[in-house]
Design a protein around this ligand. Structure first.
Ligand code: SF4
Length: 454
């Protein structure tokens, strides 16, 4: 992207500032999930018995990072995790019993997220893993991904723990690194050095794990140099996948961020240049961009499937066109029968619901896709944010619509993006997001998002 002048990037970054645009982790974004939950419908939906993903949420962390947007809790008492695991098991029983599917439910992939799931001791890992596999079966007709998130801390990621996880079927681990720069780490309350991270990555590899790394750009005090140094260190160890998350600074919504000085946040121009620089650097190190801010090596077992059929979802990029996932644990999200459901967000309420023998769903945190949402979800998550291209004919066949009529208003609005060189509309059958436009693709997705335009 070196041929594009700095001045032009600056103009685009100011005009299409992505700070006010959602990350599109889901469509519609979570703040619009306001429908009342129907537990009967939920139980009925579970009867489909075959899920792409199971998600288990472990909310506890040793200490809290100031920048974090995840649902998490600081570990207070020694037995916090034991208590939580006992509730997770009760939740599984409640859900399976209510749907009358004990022993019948099947899934393909499993992900443990948090929080910090690697805080679990080997005994706790074995306990919850056994409880899961005693109750839920796995379809073994392809590469099953059993993955977990990890804080790179040598005191909690031990060789024994990794061996055990591998033995239990886990094959992929995501290290949250974010940035190696000391000043950046200090202000976000997260510390780990290059040497430790490297040795943990090597240990995970030797134990047979595929290694993913999460980095963040737009962090406080993070300039282009800081991020470039981090990227070079990371690219040298060649993780299988790298995700670049944009930091969202919003202290009104996330009060913990108030300790981060506003003046330390890179402006939209620096942030855009960080994304551009990361893209160039990772490509020169052999990575292929897989949709919005995700980079993959070509020897990844899912590479071809993801390239051909990949779609973005709350569970990351999936090779399955039809995605459904079932979440367990406080705050976890399920997507079943085109409906989002979220478990209780507050841990005490999650415990209380289970003590009351109720499925622990948050009362007004649900959203069912109508036909139009369904179409727009595929358009945004699969075509815009994953492929950077909309093939109108393919879309028309799939949904039996006349694309130009159905999206006439949106196509009109794309005119300004075309003038700025972000989309190419010259082929009447294809809307192509240009290489430059890839850095503003959330804006392009926003054009098709009726929740905001309403
Ligand atoms: S970034 Fe990870 S370790 Fe830090 S508070 Fe959030 S969930 Fe916990």
């Amino acid at each position: 992207m070196k041929h594009i002048e700095m001045k032009e990037w600056e103009k685009l970054a100011r005009k299409y500032d992505e700070n006010a645009i959602p990350l599109y982790v889901s469509y519609p974004v979570e703040s619009f999930w306001k429908q009342t939950v129907d537990p009967g419908k939920y139980a009925n939906s579970l009867k489909q018995n075959d899920f792409s993903f199971l998600y288990f949420h472990f909310p506890f962390c040793k200490k809290i990072c100031h920048y974090c947007l995840c649902y998490k809790e600081a570990l207070k008492e020694e037995n916090d995790i034991d208590i939580y695991i006992s509730y997770l098991i009760r939740e599984m029983d409640l859900k399976l019993d209510r749907a009358n599917i004990a022993g019948k439910l099947k899934a393909r992939h499993m992900h443990w997220g948090g929080g910090t799931p690697t805080l679990l001791t080997p005994a706790q890992i074995e306990k919850i893993h056994n409880a899961i596999t005693e109750r839920i079966g796995f379809v073994h007709d392809e590469v099953n991904e059993f993955s977990l998130e990890a804080y790179p801390d040598e005191n909690i990621i031990t060789q024994d723990k990794l061996f055990l996880l591998k033995e239990l079927g886990f094959n992929s681990i995501s290290f949250g690194i974010q940035d190696f720069d000391e000043r950046v780490q200090k202000v976000i309350n997260r510390e780990h050095d290059v040497k430790t991270v490297r040795s943990l990555i090597e240990l995970a590899r030797r134990t047979g794990f595929r290694v993913h790394v999460d980095l963040c750009y737009g962090l406080p005090f993070q300039g282009l140099n800081e991020l470039e140094n981090t990227l070079r260190e990371v690219a040298e160890v060649q993780p299988d996948r790298i995700t670049m998350f944009p930091y969202a600074h919003n202290p009104f919504v996330f009060p913990r961020q108030k300790v981060i000085p506003n003046a330390s946040i890179p402006n939209s121009f620096i942030k855009t240049m960080q994304a551009v620089m990361s893209d160039d650097l990772l490509e020169t190190h052999g990575y292929v961009k897989l949709g919005l801010a995700n980079y993959i090596r070509t020897d990844d077992p899912f590479f071809h499937d993801l390239q051909e059929r990949g779609i973005k979802s709350l569970m990351g990029y999936s090779p399955h066109e039809k995605i459904n996932f079932l979440g367990f644990g406080s705050t976890s999200i399920s997507f079943i029968d085109n409906t989002f459901y979220q478990n209780n967000i507050k841990l005490e309420e999650y415990y209380q619901q289970i003590d009351n023998n109720s499925v622990p769903l948050e009362g007004k945190r649900s959203y069912r896709h109508n036909d139009d949402d369904f179409i727009r979800n595929v358009l945004i998550q699969k075509y815009i944010l994953t492929r950077f291209k909309i093939d109108k004919k393919q879309f028309e066949q799939k949904f039996e619509i006349d694309f130009n009529i159905y999206f006439s208003k949106e196509i009109k609005r794309l005119g300004q993006y075309e003038k700025d060189g972000l989309v190419d509309l010259t082929n009447p059958d294809i809307i192509r997001i240009t290489k430059k436009g890839e850095f503003f693709c959330r804006h392009i997705a926003h054009v098709f998002d009726t929740f905001y335009t309403k």
